[in-house]
Design a protein around this ligand. Sequence first.
Ligand SMILES: CC(C)(COP(=O)(O)OP(=O)(O)OC[C@H]1O[C@@H](n2cnc3c(N)ncnc32)[C@H](O)[C@@H]1OP(=O)(O)O)[C@@H](O)C(=O)NCCC(=O)NCCS
Length: 167
Amino acid sequence: MRRATPEDRDLLVAWDADPDVRAAGGDDDWWDWDRALAEDVDHEEFWLAVEDDGPSGIIILLDAAREPTHYWGDVEPGTWALDIWIGRPDRRGRGLGTAMLRWAIDRCFTVHDAHRILIDPLETNVRAIELYRRVGFVDVGPRTFGDDRCLVLELSRPDPPRCAPSG
Ligand SMILES: CC(C)(COP(=O)(O)OP(=O)(O)OC[C@H]1O[C@@H](n2cnc3c(N)ncnc32)[C@H](O)[C@@H]1OP(=O)(O)O)[C@@H](O)C(=O)NCCC(=O)NCCS
């Protein structure tokens, strides 16, 4: 995993044109890559999954309580959100998305001290929803963002293991 930089802009624009990425993105606003990659802010992170021949996918970590568009509304501090896509169709279905999700979940909980992670696939993106459930997300419920009908799922930070009383 490495951070996306302004040099990755053309690649990300090209990925945005992929039919499956477009279908999964819905009608809501798309990322303005010039802005997103130029800014150095601590409420959003753009990470690329890089394989031997270059980047294959992106995962975005967003501090939902602090990011300025308030896309997620009023959420408690410590609430983060994820957005993910594999830009290269030939790289899907090989376990990469699962690995990226697990990596990002760990980063949210351990580096950012998040207590809750949200994700909002389109209701029609049944395969992505199944994947999120498989890595531990649970359904919160339907929600409309702009013109998009989404299913919100959440993952709460597991409680630390309890020590058995000694003696
Ligand atoms: C969804 C996505 C990130 C999953 O990453 P991945 O590397 O393909 O997933 P993995 O190989 O780790 O796991 C496979 C599972 O992912 C899910 N999946 C969703 N879309 C998929 C696709 N186009 N191809 C393969 N698997 C997909 C399925 O649940 C699949 O399991 P299945 O084969 O039993 O149906 C990726 O397929 C993708 O970018 N799809 C297009 C854009 C998209 O839907 N993004 C999610 C927006 S919420």
